[in-house]
Design a binder for this molecule. Structure first.
Ligand code: RP5
Length: 165
């Protein structure tokens, strides 16, 4: 888990506790890079005021990037992006009925003016949202850039080891 003694830099917000199973993949990456984060369940529909308050105060709490995950009519990332100037990365959750296409379209089709950077559906999106958050933070943090460089070198070496011939 994130080191609670450190100032969280990334806020992971999700529409339901049921999303955490998927969003663990984002938390695991942030832990791997030593990036402190806070994780919060809040819903654009079921708890609109709490969501607005969380988004409004995100910047003054010291967060620099938001990862927002939601399924079904997934309005949470857009609603959060409307209430903060922090970069918001949206992760569509995989729903049972439409496989996450509903959430993907809800998150990706933001009207011009309020951007949400949308990642892949499910755990690949969760993982990449965290890696993108690390890249954003790494712009002004050389130690994170170094860790990213090593991450990519390790990944390439792993693929090379897995080659079949
Ligand atoms: C969305 O509804 C949540 O983000 C979740 O993906 C989906 C289902 O929520 P639960 O019924 O599991 O609480 O708001």
């Amino acid at each position: 888990m994130s080191d609670k003694s450190k100032q969280p830099l990334v806020g992971i917000v999700m529409g339901s506790k049921s999303d955490w199973e998927t969003m663990r993949a984002a938390a695991a990456i942030l832990d791997e890079f030593g990036v402190p984060y806070e994780a919060k369940v809040s819903s654009a529909h079921r708890a609109p005021e709490m969501t607005a308050e969380w988004a409004h105060s995100a910047e003054q709490r010291g967060l620099e990037v938001v990862i927002a995950a939601a399924g079904l009519a997934a309005h949470l990332p857009g609603v959060v992006a409307a209430q903060t100037l922090l970069p918001v990365l949206g992760v569509p959750m995989e729903g049972k009925l439409l496989g996450g296409l509903d959430a993907l379209l809800s998150i990706v089709q933001m009207p011009g003016g309020v951007p949400v950077g949308t990642l892949a559906v499910g755990s690949h999106g969760a993982k990449n949202a965290a890696l993108l958050a690390v890249r954003i933070l790494a712009v002004s943090r050389p130690e994170l850039r170094e860790k990213l460089r090593k991450y990519h070198t390790d990944m390439a070496e792993k693929v090379a080891r897995e080659s079949l011939s």
